[in-house]
Unconditional design. Sequence first.
Length: 255
Amino acid sequence: MKAQYLPLAMTLNAGENVTYDVYFKWGILMSRAGEGQLTFSPSMYKGKRASKYRLTFRTSKFFDSIYKMRDTIECYYSPDYALLYSSKHTNEGGYYLIDELTFSYREQEQTCVHSRRYTPEKVKIDTLLSVTSGYAFDMLGTLFFLRTLDWKHLKAGDVFPSTVVTGKDLIQVSYRYTGDEVVERDGISYRTHHFFIDIYDSAFSQSKSAAEVWVGNDGNHLPIKVRSKLKIGYAEIHYKTSGQLKAPLSSRMEN
């Protein structure tokens, strides 16, 4: 399992839960679209001890009338933090879709992924994929990876490449660290580490700097803000509240 050993500089606290506000922007309009929640908890996977990293998203009442979304992504990790399994349940506008990724590891840094995508009516994708070098995750797993990095050794210009598995595709993603930044919202500022994300996929309007993430500079490494460019406008995620964190939220500064 050597290919997926994370450069683990910190671990998340069991019971951690974080809430986010999600906004969509079209032109000059910036509307609150819904709420997301990240949780980390002890779990079991195939009868063995594991950890579960879970993201849920639900649209607000206003957006429900336009396009109702209820999405859930779950990642299961081994005790040494190798990604074992990921599932995404998409419930959007009455359309229900499930994506499952099962990860296994071989010598010589090879990651094998069994990818299944299906609706209640039929199987759309059932294929085996292979990543011959580097890290391989689902999209939520890449966020988990960022949180485990060793802040003490980060330098502006550092690049962290990985492969994101989605459906039958292997998407190349790179995180580029630019340095420290202060993020401000609603009269509260946060000291953060800023990363640009290069995503080489046609769903994004441009591959370079397709997204950005600001990670809190304290012992929790919480995502404070995420911005993703879309073909029309962009989405933003902003930290709202949290509970059962590993360390004090010392990145927060009252203005």
